[in-house]
Design a protein around this ligand. Structure first.
Ligand SMILES: [Zn+2]
Length: 476
């Protein structure tokens, strides 16, 4: 009997140590190998949930995460802005000595046309070292890594100085009004106390197996999407009228096409160019980038810099017509013409000033201008504990690592939080070669499995550095 009890105790002890081993390695830190396996399996399952927006159906993904959080004993809420439009919010409690960190991601993805894919877009297939699927880059991978970080902190029982919030929102791909925008309007109390936020919105430059730099996104351009409408009498195509709606719309678009917005160097953009200057082998580029404002005053350097469309997009407000409806029959002059233009503004620019500028250029009071989406941009500071945590963890592994404070020409949900005063950075923990980025919103979107594993580990270390109680042992 005694022997039996001894055996039972031994078995229980073995089971317990096995369970502990599943969460920690021999040094008491997380088992990154196991966490990496779990991140890969989690992302594959997550990709299999079709959250194409529209319609989104993000509640399916929110419930997927909720099921795991329930089992892990982590406090969470599922919000719904409308039927099917779910947002998942989970919170690990800290001592409250410092203000919370939000790990933000979006649950929705853009459409995928499976005819152009070599793998099923919602299959979660792993082939040749890559995990394929819509969202593998944008941004279910980062969502999966953030989620794993939360599980790892919880399982290892890490004492925290600040709460860690996992926030997966709906509708980012359509502007975020039904997701992050809805949450900040309807439940600001859930995030108002946060100090920091990490989101998509930046990437690292990797080529030839080398990391050229780690990007940290401090600010973004903002959309100023406009709809132009004009109504006039309908007519027959055989009797042209220059005052017809289609003709006036085409003239307005022609004026916008010919118009050059002025060049503007914002402090964040100047800082971005300056920090990438040393990466260029060519001395002319180095000179241009190291003082971008001076380069724009030198005709030769100016044309060199502006020849790159992505450079030009960071140096001016831009105007791009994207939708035009001026009729649908060859011999009919339609009574209505509508066009949409995608304008993007630099940080510090006000939408109302820009719209006034557009009105002046078009110079046709009969054309009505309606705002589809617009907001002002804000910038997050660089001298923060979050910046420090990211750079010091990476430098611990790679002392020669270079960091570039980037400015995104597009926009993410970060602006909703920057507007509330939360320091928000675009940061990706993944090191992905440039050629694999072609899949963002494109065909055969995929992530190297190894990048996902390593990125999960890096993100854990950064979050641990920022949030763990100062007396807690450092993450291995
Ligand atoms: Zn995205």
């Amino acid at each position: 009997m005694v022997r039996r009890i001894f055996l039972l105790v031994l078995i229980l002890a073995l089971v317990a140590s096995e369970a502990a081993l599943a969460q920690t390695d021999s040094r008491g830190g997380p088992d990154f190998k196991k966490a990496g396996d779990e991140a890969v399996a989690l992302l594959a399952d997550y990709i299999r949930i079709d959250t194409t927006n529209p319609p989104g159906n993000e509640s399916l993904a929110a419930r997927f995460f909720a099921g795991i959080l329930e089992k892990e004993g982590i406090e969470y809420k599922v919000f719904q802005s409308a039927p099917g439009r779910g947002t998942i919010y989970a919170r690990l409690k800290g001592s409250g000595r410092k203000r919370p960190l939000i790990m933000l991601n979006h649950l929705d993805v853009v459409e995928a046309d499976k005819r152009f894919w070599s793998a099923a877009p919602f299959g979660g297939e792993i082939r040749g070292g890559y995990l394929y699927g819509r969202g593998a880059l944008d941004m279910k991978s980062l969502g999966a890594a953030q989620f794993m970080v939360m599980l790892m902190l919880k399982r290892a029982g890490v004492a925290l100085d600040r709460d860690v919030i996992f926030l997966g929102t709906a509708d980012e791909e359509a502007g975020g009004r039904e997701g992050a925008g809805w949450l900040v309007r309807n439940h600001p109390e859930s995030i108002r106390d946060a100090e920091f936020l990490i989101n998509e919105g930046s990437s690292n430059s990797v080529s030839g197996g080398r990391v050229n730099y780690y990007g940290i996104g401090l600010t973004e351009k903002t959309p100023c999407w406009l709809r132009l409408t004009i109504k006039s009498a309908a007519g027959h195509g055989s009797i042209p009228r220059s005052e017809s709606a289609p003709s006036r719309m085409l003239r307005a678009l022609g004026k916008l096409e010919a118009y050059e917005t002025r060049l503007i160097v914002t402090p964040a953009v100047a800082r971005y160019f300056k920090s990438i200057a040393p990466l260029h082998g060519n001395s002319e580029w180095r000179r241009a980038y190291s003082d971008i404002a001076a380069a724009l005053n030198d005709p030769r350097l100016r044309s060199l810099v502006l020849a790159s469309a992505s450079n030009a997009a960071l140096l001016r407000n831009t105007i791009q017509p994207t939708v035009v409806h001026i009729g649908n029959k060859t011999n009919v002059i339609a009574p209505l013409a509508v066009a949409e233009i995608d304008c993007r503004l630099l940080p510090g620019q006000k939408p109302e000033d820009f719209i006034a500028e557009i009105k002046k250029v078009i110079n046709d009071p009969g054309i009505e201008i309606e705002t589809i989406l617009a907001f002002s941009a804000t910038e997050s500071p660089v001298d923060t504990d979050l910046y420090q945590a990211i750079t010091s963890v990476i430098k611990g592994e790679d002392p020669s690592a270079r960091f570039v404070p980037t400015v995104l020409a597009g926009f993410t949900d970060s602006h909703f939080f920057r507007e509330m005063g939360i320091t928000s950075y675009g940061f990706s923990p993944f090191l992905i070669p440039a050629e694999d980025f072609s899949g963002v919103h494109g065909n055969d979107e995929r992530i190297p499995v190894e990048s996902l594993r390593e990125g999960t580990k890096l993100l854990y270390r950064i979050v641990h550095r920022l949030c763990a109680a100062q007396s807690a042992p450092a993450a291995q």
